[in-house]
Design a protein around this ligand. Structure first.
Ligand code: DP6
Length: 335
C-alpha cells in the first residue's frame, strides 16, 4: 500500500529567526507559499507485527541514512504517529523539484509533506480544517518554516497581538488579500548550489545570545502587523520596503552574532544592486528577498511577468547558476 504527499516550499516575507522551547518562534513570520518548488514524499507500507518494524528512507532514489535517522527520530517523537509506526514496515521515498540545501527552504516542503502523509495515515478521517491545523503543528515540530506550507497563498505563524487565532503552535491562513497581491510570482536566482556552511538550526541558536535579539523580535512583529495591512490595502511600495528590509535584517543578524558569518556571495550583492538600478529607472514593482543562503528571490505581480523576465534574462542571468520561475500556490495535497 502506498500514500503520497506533495507539499510546496514557502518564502518568508517576514522572517522566523530565533526559536525557544519546542520549536516555538521568537517572533511571528509571514510567508508566500510557492507552487513549483515542492517535495514529494511517498510512503510504501505493509502491516507488520514484529517488535521493531523496518523504517527506510530514500532521497532521490538513494538510501539516505542521515535523513532516515532524522525523520525516524522526528516521527517517533510524535504521539500521533506511534500506532502507525509500531504496526507497519515503512519505506519513504522523497524527492525535491529544487536543489537540496541551497537556501531554498527544502526543510519546509519536506517536513510539511512528511507530516501530512503520516498524519493522513495515522488519522485518515480528519476534516480539512483539522487536518491542516494538526498538520501545520506537526510540521512545525520538524522544521519551523514547514508550518506555513499548509496554507496558501499567504500564511502567518506565531502569536501576534491583535490578530485573533494567531499562535506559536501552528500557522494560520491569511484570508484578506487585495487583488494586487493575489497573483504573485517568485523568480528564484540560484547563485550557489553547494550545501550551506551554517545550517538554519545553528543560526537560530545564535539568536539566543544575540545582542540585538530583542529589537529584532520586536521589529519582525511590527513588520508582520504592517504587512498584514499592506496585503489588505494593496500597497506595493510598502510591500517592497518591508520585504527587503526583512531580508537584510535577517542577514544583518548573521553578520552581528557572536559567531558571525556571511551567507551572501558577490553575485547576491550584484543582483540586488542591479535590481535597485532597474527599479529606479523603470518603476517596475519588483523586489527581492533572501532566505538563509546566497540565493535571491525576486517577487513581482503576474501583470509584470514579461517585463521582469526580460530584465532577468538580460541582466541577472549572468550572475546565476540556474533559475526557477515559480509562482504562488495554495498548499499541498495527499493522494
Ligand atoms: C531564514 O524553518 O529552516 O528561512 O525550524 O530549525 O528547521 P528550523 O529552521 P527553518 O528556518 C527558516 C529560516 C528562514 C526564515 C523563514 O523561513 O522564516
Amino acid at each position: 500500500m502506498e500514500l503520497t504527499a506533495q507539499y510546496p516550499s514557502n518564502i518568508a516575507l517576514v522572517k522566523y529567526w530565533g526559536k525557544k522551547g519546542q520549536q516555538l518562534p521568537c517572533n511571528s513570520s509571514l510567508s508566500l507559499t510557492l507552487r513549483e518548488a515542492h517535495t514529494r514524499v511517498k510512503v510504501t507500507y505493509e502491516q507488520q507485527h514484529s517488535a521493531q518494524p523496518a523504517f527506510q528512507y530514500f532521497f532521490e532514489g538513494q538510501h539516505h541514512p542521515a535523513f532516515e535517522h532524522k525523520v525516524h527520530h522526528y516521527l517517533k517523537a510524535q504521539p500521533e504517529f506511534q500506532t502507525f509506526l509500531a504496526h507497519h514496515t515503512i519505506r519513504v521515498d522523497s524527492e525535491n523539484t529544487f536543489p537540496h540545501s541551497t537556501g531554498i527552504a527544502s526543510s519546509a516542503s519536506a517536513f510539511a509533506a512528511i507530516a501530512a502523509v503520516f498524519l493522513k495515515l495515522s488519522q485518515p478521517n480528519l476534516s480539512t480544517a483539522e487536518f491542516r491545523q494538526k498538520g501545520s503543528r506537526l510540521a512545525r515540530l520538524g522544521s519551523g518554516s514547514a508550518s506555513r506550507s499548509f496554507y496558501g497563498p499567504y500564511a502567518l505563524w506565531g502569536e501576534l497581538a491583535g490578530v485573533p487565532d494567531s499562535t506559536d503552535d501552528y500557522a494560520i491562513p491569511i484570508e484578506e488579500i487585495h487583488p494586487n497581491f493575489q497573483a504573485m510570482r517568485d523568480c528564484i536566482l540560484i547563485v550557489e548550489q553547494k550545501t550551506k556552511k551554517v545550517s538554519s538550526t545553528l543560526g537560530h541558536g545564535l539568536m539566543k545570545e544575540h545582542p540585538y535579539a530583542h529589537q529584532r523580535f520586536q521589529e519582525a512583529n511590527h513588520h508582520s502587523k504592517n504587512l498584514l495591512e499592506v496585503l489588505q490595502i494593496g500597497d506595493f511600495e510598502q510591500f517592497i520596503s518591508i520585504t527587503e528590509s526583512e531580508a537584510l535584517s535577517l542577514h544583518a543578524m548573521m553578520m552581528t552574532s557572536k559567531e558571525y558569518y556571511l551567507l551572501m556571495k558577490p553575485e547576491t550583492i550584484q543582483i540586488i544592486n542591479t535590481l535597485f538600478e532597474y527599479r529606479e529607472a523603470t518603476g517596475t514593482p519588483v523586489c527581492f528577498t533572501l532566505d538563509a543562503g546566497p540565493n535571491v528571490h525576486l517577487l513581482y505581480p503576474e501583470s509584470q511577468k514579461n517585463e521582469v523576465h526580460r530584465f532577468v534574462e538580460s541582466e541577472l542571468r549572468p550572475f546565476t547558476k540556474s533559475l526557477i520561475y515559480d509562482q504562488m500556490g495554495v498548499g499541498g495535497q495527499v493522494f
